[in-house]
Design a protein around this ligand. Structure first.
Ligand code: HEM
Length: 154
């Protein structure tokens, strides 16, 4: 074993963090898919607050689409990250999950108090959320490349 090899504790903490990410990912996917169902119902009933307000409709669609999409990313992370990130799985998972929640919530809140062109102030949650997601993706991809190279697969 070299100094850079993960210890048993590292592997165990990585596995537990990945397990939590899978649980959060499925729950967030279910919740955001329900948001899609709510949109479907509102469109079907031709509710004016959604149909007649392009700003609200755009922000609601962005919230739903980013919520389901990022939930799938959290699930992919939970399924693949632990052996690659080891002890860094927990911190990276927290970054990713925080971003995956902040981005769609920011879009949803952006529907409140929007102007002719600009979204409402809640949309300011989106940039920090996006930075957290991108930071987590960069950390995970660097770890995944290192893992593949150590195993002589890259
Ligand atoms: C994994 C599950 C899902 C994914 C990946 C997903 C993805 C997306 C995406 C990318 C859009 C934006 C499409 C566009 O603007 O061109 C969208 C819109 C929409 N989705 Fe989903 N969706 C999912 C589940 C659902 C469910 C379960 C429902 C309802 C039963 C739903 C209802 C809608 C509706 C009504 C829109 C359009 C909203 C509008 O035009 O204002 N989605 N979805």
């Amino acid at each position: 074993m070299t100094g850079s090899d993960p210890t048993h504790e590292d592997e165990e903490s990585g596995r537990r963090a990945a397990d939590r990410a899978v649980a959060v990912g499925w729950a967030w996917l279910a919740l955001c898919a329900c948001g899609g169902l709510a949109l479907e119902v509102a469109l079907g009933l031709k509710l004016g607050w959604l149909l007649d307000d392009e700003g609200v409709r755009t922000m609601a669609r962005l919230a739903h689409a980013h919520g389901v999409g990022l939930a799938l990313v959290v699930l992919a992370f939970g399924a693949t990250a632990a052996p690659r990130l080891g002890a860094r799985t927990a911190a990276t998972s927290m970054m990713l999950i925080a971003g995956a929640v902040l981005v769609p919530i920011g879009f949803a809140l952006g529907a409140i108090g929007h102007g002719e062109v600009d979204p409402g102030p809640g949309v300011w949650l989106v940039p920090p959320g996006a930075l957290l997601v991108i930071g987590a993706l960069v950390r995970t991809s660097i770890a995944a490349i290192g893992y593949a190279r150590r195993n002589r697969n890259l």
